[in-house]
Write a protein that binds this ligand. Structure first.
Ligand SMILES: [Zn+2]
Length: 85
């Protein structure tokens, strides 16, 4: 599902760690540099999903905002009084 990157930065030393194989949700990624517990796989998947959603949203906003604003203006113009903002 999230094959593109399985890299996780350690919160302690900012080292790059990677998930290998097929982790279980309860597996904990341990930093290979400072041995700190970085994150559980369940949490990682949750965060990856959230980051992906944010990325897609940001992409959508960047590419579509001018078109959407034009559309919004057209809709507002067509449906009568503008909201006073
Ligand atoms: Zn570390």
């Amino acid at each position: 599902m999230f094959q593109r990157t399985r890299k996780v930065a350690c919160p302690e030393c900012n080292g790059s760690n990677f998930w290998h194989g097929n982790p279980k949700p309860t597996d904990v990624l341990v930093c290979r540099y400072c041995s700190a517990a970085v994150i559980t796989y369940a949490k990682y998947v949750e965060q990856a999903a959230q980051h992906e959603a944010e990325r897609l949203l940001a992409e959508f906003i960047e590419t579509d905002i001018s078109r959407d604003l034009a559309h919004l203006k057209a809709v507002l113009a067509a449906t009568g009084p503008r909201p006073s903002l």
